[in-house]
Ligand binder design. Structure first.
Ligand code: 13P
Length: 259
């Protein structure tokens, strides 16, 4: 069985001081939680401080992006090795905000995923359709293209070490989450493709998590779907209590019982 993974993507929120305050409280709140992989993704400037404050805890740290070169004249960019050295173990790649606001392509996602793996980071690769694409019944085609191109060249051995986040663009920051049935349908499709392209064993071990307006009220129903292996939480992860509640309810959905 896949251990549920709950990650908080803070986007461009929280200073270093806010981050340290949050994670110090948070690590205490979740210290007894077992059976859930917990991750926070602060902005680059706070990754190191978060990792230091979370040392020897059950909470991992993610960066929100990386550049695929190791080093060089790439003003403003950050490499996988730098992120790893700062203390992060995960990196979010291809978030829809990066795709739509910063022109990130499936080819860039692919290079970043390869670079993340080479640097010893676990990539959290985001995919998902827009509302127009859903309305035109193109959801599966979009997901197929994003998986095929984004993960091109990866081997069946690498897939279990990777996380795919299904984030329908229409559900991000809108308060309108995918229904558990819509999420399950998309996740089952993603897993079917993983079986086809990377083999049954790789597909069985790969985490496919859901993102888009996840809140304490809907976390349990979403994460209890058989192919939904956790959540990538935006807005609600900024509040330490709300994020803790999402973790606790997701755990109940996956393993049953209180914390
Ligand atoms: P919200 O949870 O704020 O909808 O954001 C989802 C998201 O983009 C996580 O990466």
């Amino acid at each position: 069985m896949r251990t549920p993974l709950i990650a908080g993507n803070w986007k461009m929120f929280k200073s270093v001081a806010d981050t340290v305050r949050y994670v110090k409280e948070f690590r205490g709140l979740v210290k007894d939680v077992t059976g859930v992989e917990i991750v926070v993704a602060p902005p680059f400037t706070a990754v190191h401080a978060a990792a230091e404050a979370l040392r020897n805890s059950n909470v991992g740290v993610a960066a929100q992006d990386l550049y695929w070169e190791r080093e060089g004249a790439f003003t403003g960019e950050i490499s996988g090795a730098m992120i790893r050295e700062a203390g992060a173990e995960y990196v979010i790649i291809g978030h829809s905000e990066r795709r739509t606001l910063f022109g990130e392509t499936d080819d860039a996602v692919n290079r970043k995923a390869q670079a993340a793996i080479a640097a010893g980071l676990i990539p959290i690769v985001c995919i998902g359709e827009t509302l127009d694409q859903r309305d035109r019944n193109e959801t599966f085609d979009v997901l197929d293209r994003q998986i095929k191109q984004g993960l091109d060249g990866l081997t069946g051995q690498q897939i279990p070490e990777l996380v795919i986040a299904y984030e329908p663009v229409w559900a991000i920051g809108t308060g309108r989450n995918a229904t558990p049935a819509q999420a399950q349908e998309a996740h089952a499709h993603i897993r079917k493709r993983l079986v086809q392209w990377f083999g049954a064993e790789a597909a069985e071990l790969c985490h496919v998590i859901y993102g888009g307006s996840v809140k304490p009220e809907n976390a349990r129903d979403l994460v209890s779907q058989p192919d939904v292996d956790g959540a990538l939480v935006g807005g609600a992860s900024l509040d330490v209590r709300a994020f803790q509640e999402i973790i606790s309810r997701s755990r109940t959905a996956a393993v049953g019982g209180p914390v």
